[in-house]
Design a protein. Structure first.
Ligand code: SF4
Length: 348
């Protein structure tokens, strides 16, 4: 007998075709689709509005491979880090970042196993890129983290950020399909404006996002606003200069009027935190205006970088504010369990 297919690789149209072939009405396809993507069902036998014979037929032809939680760490600040085991044994990490006081529950999820971009400050950058995640592996992270948010804080997820392992725009098709299942009416039904995709800066794919008129938000991991410095910490900049990114972001803003754009800037002690660095950032933001998130760095073993001290942080921010920039400082969360920004490395 032929190997069973992963049913979640099938579109609604593919499912309709399958039911046509087994002489079943087309509406069965929508029923199954709802079980898979709206109710997140992982068992055919649980699909109780289907006749038993239909369930048996699904069982005979298909599988529903899914990721599972391999390891969980709870931080003293409420953050939860999860290591997910994929069906092929690969591992990725996702994080629940709770801020109940602000009614915010954010899931930070991964898009690739490892990462090919080798940013010098990032723990994931030391891991070899093994493969892209499938759309259902992206979706499953959200479902699992949402379950924990409900159990631990009695609140569902309010936000999703693609800031875990990997570069989402190098897994474009699956990331967009995953987001579609998360936002679709016959899916989890979350609002697109609650989702932010973060990129290290791939100009061609930012242009693609613009042309596809996506509805979610975009964050650029900037971290330096001069090509010389950015080349030093983010090799991707060598082929995606700040000028190329400026053009792509202008295009994105023009086409995606409802999406928010933000710049992420990790403050690295005595590397990108000088007065000149702040002025470079001011110049950059004036070309393509957006809010800035200044992120406190968390020391990553094997890198030369340190967190900028408080005095340097305040001086940097003052320069930005004096120049009328909108700045938010993101404090580290889950530092004690290596769940903070740039620390995801499949390490216990
Ligand atoms: S910061 Fe993002 S793009 Fe850069 S190495 Fe880490 S995971 Fe990859």
């Amino acid at each position: 007998m032929a190997a069973k297919k992963d049913i979640r690789q099938l579109s609604l149209a593919d499912l309709q075709l399958f039911f046509e072939e087994i002489n079943q009405p087309a509406f069965r396809a929508k029923q199954v689709y709802q079980w898979l993507w709206q109710k997140s069902s992982l068992q055919f036998e649980a699909m109780t509005n289907l006749p038993i014979a239909v369930r048996a037929s699904l069982e005979a032809h298909f599988d529903i491979p899914a990721l599972s939680i391999h390891y969980r760490q709870d931080s003293k600040d409420g953050t939860v880090k999860l290591r997910f085991e994929l069906c092929d044994g690969n591992k990725v990490e996702g994080v629940l970042i709770p801020v109940p006081a602000d009614k915010r529950m954010t899931a930070c999820i991964s898009s690739q196993v490892g990462c090919s971009l080798s940013c010098a400050f990032c723990a994931t950058g030391f891991l070899k890129r093994e493969r892209n995640l499938f759309a259902h592996e992206i979706y499953d992270q959200v479902v699992q983290i949402n379950t924990i948010a409900q159990e631990k804080f009695a609140m569902p997820l309010t936000n999703i950020v693609f800031m875990g392992m990997g570069e989402p725009l190098l897994n474009y098709k699956n990331v967009l399909q995953g987001i579609n299942k998360i936002t679709d009416e016959i899916g989890l039904g979350m609002a697109s404006r609650r989702i932010t995709v973060s990129t290290a800066g791939i100009a061609k794919m930012i242009n693609q996002l613009a042309d596809d008129e996506v509805k979610f938000n975009l964050a650029l991991s900037l971290h330096a606003a001069s090509d010389v410095k950015r080349n030093e910490i983010m090799p991707i900049n060598q082929h995606n200069s700040l000028q190329a990114l400026t053009n792509a972001l202008k295009h994105f803003k023009e086409k995606n009027k409802r999406s928010n754009l933000t710049y992420e800037y990790i403050l690295l002690n005595e590397f990108n935190d000088t007065e000149q660095d702040a002025l470079d950032l001011v110049k950059w933001v004036r070309k393509v205006p957006a809010k800035i998130n200044i992120i406190e760095y968390n020391k990553v073993e094997g890198t030369i970088f340190e967190k900028a001290g408080n005095q340097r942080l305040h001086h940097f921010i003052n320069t930005l504010v004096k120049n009328d920039l909108t700045v938010t400082v993101r404090k580290s969360r889950g530092e004690d369990i290596d769940a903070a920004c740039g620390q995801l490395a499949n390490k216990v």
